[in-house]
Write a protein that binds this ligand. Structure first.
Ligand code: SAM
Length: 285
């Protein structure tokens, strides 16, 4: 049975339908699964956290490669499938919760030990919450080695964009660049899922850096400045920071930008991560 037939068989047997509201598009292409497993470089020394196992397509392969797999799934209706499929695996744990509400820090730290040393995230993400999930994974200072996830193709371009060099960027591009080396490893056409989504997808791989890419002691403030700058992307950086009370005097901010050799009319997407760090240092209360 190939993956398409297997998926149909499981859906019929358990009478489940894909729920659009939960972003359920099940992977049915064996080659894509192979590529995800290969690019995530999993070994028995790894704890893998899978977000949204669905029917367990990726989970099965992860269980064969990893020391332990913790799958976090919100949809109660697939729990029976997952528990049935993986009851013989003693390295499988299933958590029925919204991933955004899980205390990942405690979960990871309580599962790492002398034999399972590194944690990796692997997932075919529910697209409706891609950005909140990735933001959570990065901002909570988790003890993570890498993140390999399927996302919408357009979003993948933005997530792997290099600030200051690429055009299509948002605040999230800076968070990712701050914490990791990110790249697209595979493009995945919409036909590789059932039901087939309206967009194509890509798998991205983020390798977490040992130290953040720029030195700045107050990450929260740096990210606040970036977020505010991008909240009104059509406005100049100067107007956004003034309008949001991050700097009270226009003249003072103009002087700061000039002292950093930054044009006072600059738009946020023209700035590098280091530029944002330099500005943040100067305007921090
Ligand atoms: N991994 C499966 C695959 O590749 O075929 C399913 C991937 S599907 C794109 C996304 C999965 O995430 C679904 O199983 C969905 O129920 C689950 N999900 C949606 N929102 C979630 C949330 N907030 N927390 C955890 N899982 C969620």
């Amino acid at each position: 049975m190939n993956l398409f037939e297997e998926t149909r068989f499981v859906m019929n047997k358990y009478k489940v339908h894909a729920k659009k509201s939960l972003g359920q598009n099940f992977l049915i292409d064996d080659d894509v699964v192979d590529e995800i497993i290969e690019n995530s470089e999993i070994s028995k020394e790894n704890l893998v956290i899978e977000i949204g196992p669905g029917l367990g397509t990726l989970t099965k392969r992860l269980l064969d490669s990893a020391g332990k797999v913790i799958a976090i799934e919100l949809d109660e209706s697939v729990l029976e499938i997952l528990n049935d499929r993986f009851k013989l695996y003693n390295n499988f744990e299933l958590i029925n919760q919204d991933v955004l509400k899980v205390d990942l820090n405690s979960l990871i730290n309580s599962n790492l030990n002398d034999s399972i040393k590194k944690c990796k995230i692997v997932a075919n993400l529910p697209y409706y919450i891609t950005t909140p999930i990735i933001t959570k994974l990065l901002k909570e200072n988790l003890n993570l080695d890498s993140i390999t996830v399927m996302v919408q193709k357009e979003v993948a371009n933005r997530l792997t964009a290099i600030p200051g060099m690429d055009k299509d960027i948002g605040a999230i591009s800076y968070y990712i660049y701050y914490y990791s080396d990110a790249k697209i490893v595979l493009d995945v056409p919409r036909g590789c899922f059932i039901p087939s989504p309206d967009v194509d997808s890509s798998v991205i791989n983020l390798k977490l850096l040992k130290e953040p890419r720029v030195k700045f002691d107050d990450t929260e403030f740096l990210f606040k400045v970036i977020k505010i700058a991008f909240s009104q992307k059509r406005k100049t950086l100067l107007n956004s920071l003034i309008n949001n009370g991050l700097c009270s005097s226009k003249k003072e901010l103009e002087d700061i930008l000039s002292s950093l050799n930054i044009n006072v009319k600059v738009r946020p997407e023209e700035l590098s991560l280091q530029d944002f760090a330099n500005i943040s240092k100067k305007i921090k209360p």
